[in-house]
Write a protein that binds this ligand. Sequence first.
Ligand SMILES: Nc1ncnc2c1ncn2[C@@H]1O[C@H](COP(=O)(O)OP(=O)(O)OP(=O)(O)O)[C@@H](O)[C@H]1O
Ligand SMILES: [Mg+2]
Length: 246
Amino acid sequence: MLETVASKSRESVGENQIRGCEVRLDQIRKQYTQGKEQLVALNNVSLKVKAGEFLAVMGASGSGKSTLLNLVAGLDKPSQGDIFLNGQSISSWKDNQLTLFRRREIGFIFQLFNLIPTLSAEENAALPLLMAGQPRSAWKPQVNAWLKQVGLENRRNHYPAELSGGQMQRIAIIRALIHKPSLILADEPTGDLDSKTGEKMLFKLKEITEDLGVTVIMVTHDPMVAAYGHALITMKDGRILDSAAR
Ligand SMILES: Nc1ncnc2c1ncn2[C@@H]1O[C@H](COP(=O)(O)OP(=O)(O)OP(=O)(O)O)[C@@H](O)[C@H]1O
Ligand SMILES: [Mg+2]
């Protein structure tokens, strides 16, 4: 089934064709139990993101934005409701199917980057290709071209501890795009960048994802950043407060 979903989104690759992943959330509830307390992080959230659409997600700290991305990526499971990727319920997938789908089809830019400390900048950027078993000689030219584009060619052998926050963030963005996924999930992808670098990276992200027809769900606190989206939702206390198409 996984193969069908993955190949469905790959089939349509081609000029002017959408290869993005359609995402649908159906009445999602996510609650955490802390002692006797029940904390509701997402409360009855329904949402559809069309293939190739760029959705911006805003909302106060603690409103459930990262929880929503984690559930879509299958990194966590909803307490109630279902999530559909390309029309298929991911709750019916086995863990290894989900892992494989995530590895091939999802590019995740985490709020805290999650770079691997023992890998160099270029190895971190190439991680999805490394994990797919590609030899260094196959990925190195492509990764170096990317590093150059984001002004980090002279940092390729640095380890994450030797990089600034903004530099780590740029590596994390390359890592999310390098394997040409069909869905990008980005949690504050420009939070640590100065406005000029942030704008450059966003422009690049939008250009690449529009070219390939990739679906993007991007969390941000910055209305200027949210303006890059085709659509915007605002969250409050685990619910979608407002949604707007652009
Ligand atoms: N593992 C967990 N256990 C218990 N509560 C959690 C857990 N993860 C998140 N929460 C709670 O769920 C709510 C939503 O968290 P979430 O991380 O989704 O917020 P957010 O909108 O991403 O906030 P921020 O803008 O600060 O990143 C918060 O109140 C948080 O404390
Ligand atoms: Mg968050």
